[in-house]
Design a protein around this ligand. Structure first.
Ligand SMILES: CC(C)(COP(=O)(O)OP(=O)(O)OC[C@H]1O[C@@H](n2cnc3c(N)ncnc32)[C@H](O)[C@@H]1OP(=O)(O)O)[C@@H](O)C(=O)NCCC(=O)NCCS
Length: 142
């Protein structure tokens, strides 16, 4: 499969990128708003990656590296917003994205990567080597 994964740049933000993200949730931004959000995310250290198949963006995932006081100032990679265009799911794109982000996290000095997911996606993340650890808690603020 001719799959390429690389970091997203502003000119990549197009309808195919939105279609991939929509597998996760409604985007609710126009292209120009999304480009401003992209710059803000970069300033916050959130790096967005895209999977490209035959010239088309078919998937995306994001990585945020957090520096901690504990673990001797160690770094943790947070994997967020993994999403694959429904027409291209079950082809290995999601697994390749997660693996790519782990490599980037390793390069940035992370000692682990963590993520949240719904129970139904445990088999997917288990196939990527993840194990269940604790519980996710949430409180809506808006
Ligand atoms: C979850 C998602 C990213 C998986 O991407 P994908 O490209 O379809 O997954 P892959 O083809 O790389 O699958 C890798 C493995 O996980 C398994 N898998 C994938 N999706 C699965 C699912 N929904 N349920 C159970 N197993 C699944 C595959 O069978 C495959 O197993 P294998 O390695 O033994 O062959 C994709 O289905 C998606 O975008 N879903 C909607 C958005 C979402 O919920 N994202 C996750 C947010 S935490």
């Amino acid at each position: 499969m001719g799959l390429m994964i690389r970091e997203l740049f502003a000119p990549d933000i197009n309808a195919d990128f939105f279609t991939a993200l929509s597998a996760l949730a409604e985007v609710g931004l126009d292209m120009e708003e999304a480009k401003r959000v992209f710059q803000d995310r970069l300033r916050q250290g959130v790096h967005t990656y895209i999977a490209i198949l035959d010239g088309q963006i078919v998937g995306t995932a994001s990585l945020l590296v957090e520096r901690k006081f504990i673990h001797k100032g160690g770094r943790v990679g947070h994997i967020e917003d993994v999403a694959v265009n429904p027409a291209h799911q079950r082809k290995g794109v999601g697994k390749a994205l997660v693996g790519h982000l782990e490599e980037r996290a390793r390069e940035k000095g992370c000692y682990k990567t963590i993520l949240d997911c719904f129970d139904n996606l445990e088999p997917f993340y288990a196939s990527c080597g993840y194990v269940k650890y604790g519980a996710q808690m949430r409180k809506n603020l808006a």
